[in-house]
Write a new protein. Sequence first.
Length: 141
Amino acid sequence: MYFVSIGSAARGIEFCERNKFPESRMLADPESQLYVALGLKKDLVATFFDRATPVSIWAMVKDGRIEDLKEVMRVWTKYPLWIPPKQDQAFQQGGVFVFEGERLVWAWRDRATGDHADFGEVLGALGLGCGSGSGSVEQGG
């Protein structure tokens, strides 16, 4: 598993330290090249005004996961605000991708802020559990 971050390697390392994520599994993408290659959204509407944002936040409330978000915000608001190296990177949406060698076998592209892959489904794509089927099986790579 790798984590790909917009911004500099130094910022990525800082993220790893704050989140106890192994630095050896973090890749920095200061030019957002991988985000573009994987077809991830980057725009104002997807970041703030897409219907998927309130729907995903409501799901967190309904499922009792809003406390997780509160804890993340409590921790992160103790630090200075991170500003991406390029202004438009502030609107970058992420995703989760499972590869088998060089072949992409499963993908989730966030539609909007808060609209993330189901962790159970990610584990299922890795052959470690089962999920609800919202991601996509991709052919080719």
